[in-house]
Design a protein around this ligand. Structure first.
Ligand code: IMP
Length: 194
């Protein structure tokens, strides 16, 4: 079904009552190419190891699905749910689910995240996972807002360092919308909603 318009933010999935897509920051082919590089790097680093790739939901889902297919190793895939954002602001609190059942003792764990902003989410997850005594812990993030990092944390693999803008797409959301955009886009709130 079409509304007959093709210009401006006319695609219905690019608009939201609170704002709209301003521009594409990272296009699909760029994401794909970078993921192939990261996958090859990770496969080389973890050859002969027992690698558990731990996807942080929901944002890390698209990245994890593509990244794990680019890692030519017999990995194990696990999921943890982490929530810290409401709208465009961090709530300053992180809720973790499904950590309890994880079998990672003595294994190499690679945490896969969509974006590192202040680093608070990863600090919390790192602590919770460390308590389970893995052989090693490392982080792979698709996006990294360098200027915003408030909690120092080692990041082994970074897809793209980006400026301090609010982005959506490829797993990232604004109030649960836009995760299914195939690219990373800058989201611009309407003035009345900011
Ligand atoms: P941190 O704990 O401040 O590092 O925030 C990380 C989490 O906040 C990410 O997993 C995202 O869910 C969310 N987040 C941070 N920046 C953005 C953004 O620009 N767009 C969408 N979500 C974001």
């Amino acid at each position: 079904m079409s509304d007959g318009t093709t210009n401006g933010p006319a695609r219905l999935r690019d608009v939201h009552p609170a704002g709209e897509i301003e521009r594409i920051l990272i296009a699909e082919p760029e994401i794909r190419a970078r993921i192939m590089e990261l996958g090859a790097e990770i496969a080389a680093d973890y050859a002969e190891r027992d690698l558990v790739v731990l996807c942080l939901l929901k944002g890390g889902i698209y990245f994890t699905v593509d990244l794990t297919r680019a890692i030519d190793l017999p990995i194990t895939l696990e999921f943890v749910r982490a929530r810290s954002y409401a709208g465009m602001e961090s709530t300053g609190k992180v809720e973790l689910s499904w950590i309890d059942g994880l079998d990672i003792g003595g294994r190499d764990v690679l945490i896969v995240e969509d974006i590192v902003d202040t680093g608070l989410t990863l600090i919390e997850i790192w602590r919770a996972l460390e308590a389970k005594r893995p052989a090693s812990l490392a982080i792979c993030t698709l996006l990294y807002k360098e200027k915003r990092l408030a909690h120092p944390i080692p990041i082994a693999y970074i897809g793209f360092a980006i400026e301090d803008v609010f982005v959506v797409g490829y797993g990232l959301d604004y109030d649960e919308r836009f995760r299914n955009l195939p690219h990373i886009a800058v989201f611009q709130p309407h003035e009345s909603s900011g």
